[in-house]
Design a protein around this ligand. Sequence first.
Ligand code: PMP
Length: 407
Amino acid sequence: ETILDIAKIRQDFPILHQQVNGRPLVYFDNAATNQKPLPVIDALTRYYEGYNANIHRGIHHLAEQATAAFEASRRAVQQFLNAKHWEEIIFTYGTTDGINLVAQTYGRKFLNAGDEIVISGMEHHSNIVPWQMLCEERGCVLRVIPVDDNGELMLDEYEKLLSERTKLVSVVHVSNSLGTINPVETIIEKAHAVGAVVLIDGAQASSHLDLDVQALDADFYVFSAHKLYGPTGMGVLYGKRALLDAMPPYRGGGEMIKEVTFEKTTYNDPPYKFEAGTPNIADVVAVKTALEYMDGLGKENIAAHEADLLHYATEQLQELDGLRIIGQAKHKIGVVSWVMDGIHHQDTGVILDQQGIAVRTGHHCTQPLMQRFGIAGTTRASFAVYNTKDEVDRLIAGLRRVQKMML
Ligand code: PMP
């Protein structure tokens, strides 16, 4: 049993206290985005009420206050990832934006015809499509690490894919569809042995696992704030300083320059080189609060509670006739996906919603992974710190009702 006071934690999340279709809301769509605690909502309000101003160039009081808060968030993220230098933290609009940034800058400069990019069979579309676009433009070749029946990456096959042609490996830390925690440390080590750089998609890992980019030796690490109790529209790209120095800029505009004339423009140093235009100041500021909120609860306590819920939900789900869990990896975060005989996942989602239970249904932006399992989609429940076993019981009762109505 958890040492966290979940009832008290739930008081921090105003959105949870509402009725949906006449029933108390059960929110099990946390892998898509999780809910925001009051301190985060307050941080946004405090910014707009107290010190909204454009950053970096201003010399007036509010601009200095906003700049200080913005840069304090960068240090907080540096600490969160255990990055060596604050200059290695680039603020983006999210995971998708971070991956596109690397593909469009590092990729376009350093990858050539015949070079190979290795991804995995469980990638989110945002870690597939940017590389396909790059391959199309540069003539590179995409290779894919296969997934086994348990939803784990086949590491022996991965090793066979690696060669001196491999220039970049981009793999998800934790699968959003299956919950699988991938052995990214090993994946990175093997990629480095052939001289490839590695990007890790940490979208699902960031709110569940302890992160240490130096221990991992990741070259790039990306995540989104909205999946760790922070605001939408804000994300982080970590990159090793030497790589960021060597990369050309992404978008052109204000902030990313040192000097502009019509003849020639010189670019700013990282991270500013990659932060053109007015950034998402309020949301960047509030991320620090979200990280502090998680720290206050203790990430290991959050993970332990979610593991309890996963264990309980998995046991209960397996009691249902004709239900098959997709993804039975040994190491998982609190995500469980399933299919039910004779019932389309969309019907499941609609009938659960009628009972106030929010789950996600469909391919979860991982169509190739669904094809691998020969299914069109799953129903997925994903847990956050505020979820309870009572809510899992509601889900199970809801699914019995789905079966009664559909079969
Ligand atoms: N990768 C993974 C594993 C994800 O779960 C998600 C979000 N569902 C993304 C990438 C994309 O994140 P965002 O939409 O915040 O850019």
